[in-house]
Design a binder for this molecule. Structure first.
Ligand SMILES: [Zn+2]
Length: 667
């Protein structure tokens, strides 16, 4: 237990899942399209709420977004404003198919004004050239069904409208292409996300349910179907808005950060009105308890940040590099507090990347374990479900990427849940639960409060906690290594043995850094002896596992009648890779933007689950002007499983070609 009983009870008596659910319901009414007035209006509402709680120093920073300007490698989008958008069937029946005023995601973000009557034609997914071979789409509206990714609309626009003269697109979520099982009545959230240079050519898009798409497909086969699209909408230069406030600490030189993106489509209740509301309720709770002297002023400052997801982080971190520098650790809340019966989910604690080992993972995990097993948390209108949580390896996909990247280097854990209704009309407040919200909030608030107040003498307890987790994780990892050897064929035995040794070595270094990270909370070095002892233990355990591995390797060699090799002989390619030391150029700050990730993807990286995205993030983070390409290949192999040296080299060479990296030769 990291907080004393009284502090814990004081917090739990004030923190309210009911309030959080009310806040998220209010937020979910806004169509919070990034860089548009909906987000700004919502932000002003939240600002008003925060000041009514007595929170001072609330700041909104605004940065230019025009669909051209880039911050770091991340492009901005154009602002989008809409007055109305309706789609009607005119023949063979009069029927309204979509209306922005009723369901905002019915209109694709980025759509422009139109008043046009045109025939509807079916183009399958609308992504492939062959789908257009036997159908004339010129002057028509195309019906197309695609995957969950919101950039799908822009791709179909380019194929059907820009390349072939269609007047607009009508989209639905194709259950066969979607990552999750989708009932037929979901309307997907799609955006054009186009560059400003394309704006003149972009027309409009509407979204309907799969059920309605099936109905239209049938009608097209029997008769000519004509639709009438009416929109008043435009794209224009706008701003990216970031809101922040603080609970000031006694010591202003150190901060703990909570992040939750406020922007998104309407309703976006779980994604991410839930995270945004979580931060509001945590801020309210702390402000009230501190004002009423039930909690002391914290030692370190606690900061709250509501960014515009992805594109807001780069300009904010660049402008506020001083804040980033004094931030010890952060938690990003993106989709929390759902009713697990409805979302069939669990709370994921997404760890910091392998390249950023840190005690924050252990602190958050400890609070989650306590909430799952010990602390009774209920809420009047909530379900009484157990907290299911999982501690999972780092993955990107939200704002914690920007903090964990080496440019900013703020160790950041993400709390997030899956949701089959993600990016659809059905991401509604009804799927959120006040008890689960309170549990998620307590995990975040407990962790933040603990870190905001821990001092040198209390850091000994944290060292012990980290020590126990380090030894546990190291043992789990060694089981994976022996399994790898166990499942070897004669042809893969030697390779797997060296991959296993590499994994042991990399995890040893990584876990030593994890133990050492506690040192930043211990300026008086009260716990240094503890940490040294834990590291000594870790070295002993590592030596034991290495010996075990050598023994089993020798055993398998006898079984397969192979000669066991004592040392690894590096091939020419590997020796070459040992001499090349890549370094990021001054142009390359922050994580690689999504479009560049796709463009620079070396062919061999696995595409399933977008894992290549996370491997590339890790490679970029490991490029530090000290590690060689061979070191980097070994580190990512320890974490993600063996990666080919050619793929890693190719990716780094691609970065070099884009002038994002320079490769120095070691002499
Ligand atoms: Zn999100």
């Amino acid at each position: 237990m990291l907080l004393d009983n009284q502090t814990q009870q004081t917090i739990l008596n004030e923190l309210s899942g009911e309030r959080a659910k009310d806040f998220l319901t209010m937020i979910s009414r806004f169509d919070r399209v990034q860089c548009s007035s909906g987000t700004y209006e919502c932000m002003q509402m939240v600002q008003g709420m925060l000041s009514s709680f007595g929170i001072e120093n609330i700041e909104i920073e605004r940065y230019i977004a025009d669909g051209r300007k880039e911050y770091w490698t991340w492009p901005t989008s154009l602002g989008w404003e809409i007055n109305y958008g309706e789609l009607w069937m005119r023949h063979p029946q009069q029927m309204k198919l979509a209306d922005y005023d009723e369901i905002p995601v019915s209109v694709v973000r980025g759509s422009r004004s139109a008043d046009v009557v045109a025939e509807l034609v079916d183009v399958g997914t609308g992504l492939e050239d062959y789908e257009y071979e036997n159908v004339d789409v010129h002057g028509k509206i195309v019906l197309a069904g695609g995957p969950t990714f919101s950039n799908y609309a822009g791709k179909v626009q380019r194929q059907a409208v820009i390349k072939r003269g269609a007047v607009g697109v009508l989209l639905y979520l194709n259950p066969e292409l979607s990552l999750r099982p989708h009932p037929g009545n979901l309307i997907p959230y799609y955006g054009m996300w186009h560059h400003a240079d394309e704006d003149e050519q972009i027309t409009f898009g509407f979204c309907i349910s799969y059920r309605n798409a099936v109905m239209l497909k049938k009608m097209i086969k029997q008769d000519k179907v004509t639709l009438h699209a009416r929109l008043d909408a435009k794209n224009q230069q706008s701003t990216i808005d970031q809101m922040t406030c603080v609970i000031p600490g006694e010591n202003l030189d150190e901060e703990i950060l909570l992040v939750a993106h406020l922007d998104h489509y309407q309703p976006g209740a779980h994604d991410n009105a839930s995270g945004s509301a979580t931060l509001i309720e945590i801020a309210r709770t702390l402000q009230k308890l501190i004002t009423n002297k039930k909690l002391p002023k914290p030692q370190r400052t606690i900061r709250f940040l509501w960014p515009t997801e992805f594109q807001g982080m780069a300009p904010w971190l660049e402008k506020n590099s001083d804040i980033a520098q004094r931030t010890i650790a952060a938690i990003n809340c993106d989709m929390v507090g759902s009713n697990f019966l409805k979302t069939k989910s669990s709370l994921n604690i997404i760890k910091t990347p392998f390249s950023r080992p840190h005690y924050i993972n252990d602190v958050v995990e400890n609070f989650a374990r306590q909430v799952a097993n010990e602390v009774v948390i209920t809420s009047p209108r909530g379900e009484s479900l157990p907290l299911n949580y999982r501690v999972v390896p780092y993955r990107g996909g939200s704002d914690h990427m920007f903090l964990n990247d080496s440019t900013t280097a703020v160790p950041t854990v993400m709390l997030g849940e899956d949701n089959p209704f993600y990016h659809t009309t059905q991401d509604v407040p009804d799927n959120l639960d006040s008890t689960q919200l309170k549990k998620a909030m307590f995990i975040a608030l407990g962790s933040v409060w603990y870190l905001a107040n821990i001092n040198s003498s209390q850091s000994t307890q944290l060292s012990a906690l980290v020590g126990s987790k380090v030894l546990r994780d190291f043992s789990h990892m060694s089981c994976e290594v022996s399994h790898l050897l166990h499942s070897s064929q004669p042809s893969s035995l030697e390779q797997n043995y060296w991959e296993g040794r590499n994994k042991l070595q990399c995890y040893l270094q990584q876990n030593i850094a994890r133990v050492d990270s506690v040192g930043e909370l211990d300026p008086k070095n009260d716990g240094v002896l503890w940490r040294e002892k834990i590291k000594e233990q870790l070295h002993n355990v590592a030596a034991l596992y290495e010996e075990q591995l050598q023994d089993s390797y020798a055993g398998y060699c006898r079984e397969f009648t192979l000669t066991a090799k004592e040392t690894k002989e590096l091939g020419e390619e590997q020796q070459q890779a040992q001499k090349i030391i890549p370094q990021r150029t001054s142009l390359f700050k922050g994580p690689l933007a999504i479009h560049l990730n796709f463009a620079l993807k070396a062919s061999g990286f696995p595409e399933e689950n977008m894992k290549f995205f996370d491997i590339q993030f890790e490679i970029v983070n490991l490029i530090d002007g000290k590690r060689s390409i061979w070191d980097i290949r070994n580190a990512v192999s320890a974490y993600f499983g063996a990666q080919s040296l050619q793929d890693v080299t190719q990716f780094i060479k691609n970065l070099e070609q884009e002038k994002l990296v320079v490769c120095n030769m070691e002499v």
